[in-house]
Design a protein around this ligand. Structure first.
Ligand code: PMP
Length: 453
């Protein structure tokens, strides 16, 4: 496919050469890179994106799942336009009424988020969640799962995609740094847990309970590999017993598994939750929320700035968790997010139905072609996993046929079906049966080319 790929995307190719003179590797976020070179996109409309060579693609990447209403949804555009017309970018550095309106909406959908704070990305949200848990428990270490991604910094940038030869035994994984230049300055490396293995998690956590502040988890690994019911319920019980804060990182799963996230699907309440992607409606955004008594450690009214009326003086106590940012709670983003929730309340069932249809038709097609495949996922996200086995964790995924999956993905790009090779599929309200059918025929052609039949 590389031959066709280069023929179809000459402008992307020369753009990347130019870009290398501006940005290291020609890229501003390493995740945008893939071999032989990424396709440069210039426009999006509904379920479609258009590249610089004017090819149109059905977009299943949707900015890593962020755009659940597709590109340029008219109602979101209108909400933004109205706010913008009112007072420009609306950035005051002061509280804004929408912070509360928006928060009420989130609390309705995520009852475990009794108090919440806004951040500027999912990464910032998970960093803040960890700091809150550390302050609340007065413990330091974070436990996270092998193969789970929570952002680009600190304790969570371990063992996201480790090489298995370096990763230790399956039931006691060792922490593997994801990046050069990381150094442990404050405390130890994180404890790495095996996903969907409750017995091992219990053994590892009990041994370290006095040092572990929080367990952070993607309730569905990568947004698509579900925790089993017994695993997630068991983890909830165990962390509660051990005095460890349980953090659900729902940056991918929020609004996509169910409107109320994976916690609605499982009926399990974490202590803290992080949200991002969908709720930012395409803007940089994140939320941290959870139990009132835990979240209150960030409250300035309980610490940092106290007015003593009898003496007319201000004093400052330092027992509060620092959380600030110039852009936190940006009203334009809140308006877009609120509108997104409105639209999803009306249309989310259609997105689920369309996703199920695509999964079912793909699985049937792969059966016809005699190629083992499972469409793994719940709600509006899934991934195409080339395997006959059930998939429970990172190591299972590594054992599937990733090489062939990449090859299929590259062929699909030439057929106008876009996701970054190996990435999961996310759907939007803009994906109709027509796009599903177009996708199935593209797959049909690609599988025939690769496997005959
Ligand atoms: N947590 C999860 C589960 C994510 O999927 C991501 C982003 N892929 C993040 C955190 C980080 O979010 P952001 O890219 O907005 O910093």
């Amino acid at each position: 496919p590389e031959h066709t790929y280069a023929e179809q995307t000459p402008r992307s190719k020369s753009w990347i050469e130019q870009a290398k003179k501006v940005m290291p590797g020609g890229i501003t976020a390493n995740i945008k890179h893939f071999a032989p070179y990424p396709i440069v996109m210039k426009k999006g409309c509904g379920a479609f994106i258009t590249d610089v060579d004017n090819h149109q693609y059905v977009d299943y990447l949707l900015a890593y799942g962020a755009l659940m209403l597709g590109h340029g949804h008219p109602e979101v555009k209108q909400a933004i336009d109205e706010m913008f017309a009112d007072s420009g970018t609306l950035l005051f550095g002061a509280p804004h009424p929408l912070e509360v309106t928006f928060g009420h909406e989130i609390q309705q959908l995520y009852p475990s988020m009794e108090r919440l704070r806004y951040t500027n990305s999912g990464t910032e949200a998970t960093l803040l969640a960890m700091r809150i848990a550390q302050a609340y428990t007065n413990k330091k270490r974070i436990a996270k799962f092998e193969g789970h991604y929570h952002g680009g910094y600190n304790d969570v940038l371990y063992s996201v995609s480790p090489t298995l030869s370096e990763a230790g035994p399956a039931d006691a994984p060792i922490p593997v740094k994801e990046s050069k230049g990381m150094h442990v300055t404050d405390g130890e490396e994180p404890l790495i847990l095996p996903f969907n293995n409750l017995t091992a998690c219990e053994r590892l956590l009990r041994a370290q309970q006095d040092s572990i502040a929080a367990v952070m988890i993607e309730p569905l690994q990568g947004g698509f590999i579900p925790a089993t019911d017994t695993f997630i319920a068991g983890l909830r019980e165990l962390t509660e017993e051990l005095g460890i804060v349980l953090i659900f990182d729902e940056v991918k799963t929020g609004f996509r598994i169910r409107l109320g996230g994976a916690q609605e699907w499982y009926g399990v309440s974490p202590d803290l939750t992080t949200l991002g992607k969908v709720i930012g409606a395409g803007f940089p955004f994140g939320i941290v929320g959870g139990r009132k008594d835990i979240m209150e450690v960030t409250s300035p009214t309980t610490g940092s700035d106290v007015f003593d009326q009898s003496q007319s003086t201000f004093s400052r106590a330092k027992d509060v968790v620092f959380h600030s940012g110039t852009y936190n709670g940006h009203p334009l983003i809140l308006a877009a997010g609120l509108k997104t929730v409105d639209v999803l309340k009306r249309d989310i069932k259609d997105v689920f139905a369309r996703t199920d249809m695509l999964k079912d038709e793909l699985e049937a097609l792969f059966v016809r072609k005699g190629v083992p495949m499972k469409a793994v996922g719940i709600g509006s996200i899934f991934s195409v996993v080339l395997t006959e086995e059930d998939i429970f964790n990172y190591r299972d995924l590594q054992a599937s046929d990733l090489q062939t999956r990449k090859l299929i993905d590259l062929h699909l790009l030439n057929e106008g079906i876009y996701t970054k090779p190996l990435n999961r599929y996310s759907l939007s309200t803009a994906h109709t049966e027509r796009e599903v059918e177009r996708t199935i025929s593209a797959y049909d052609r690609v599988l025939s080319r690769l496997f005959g039949g």
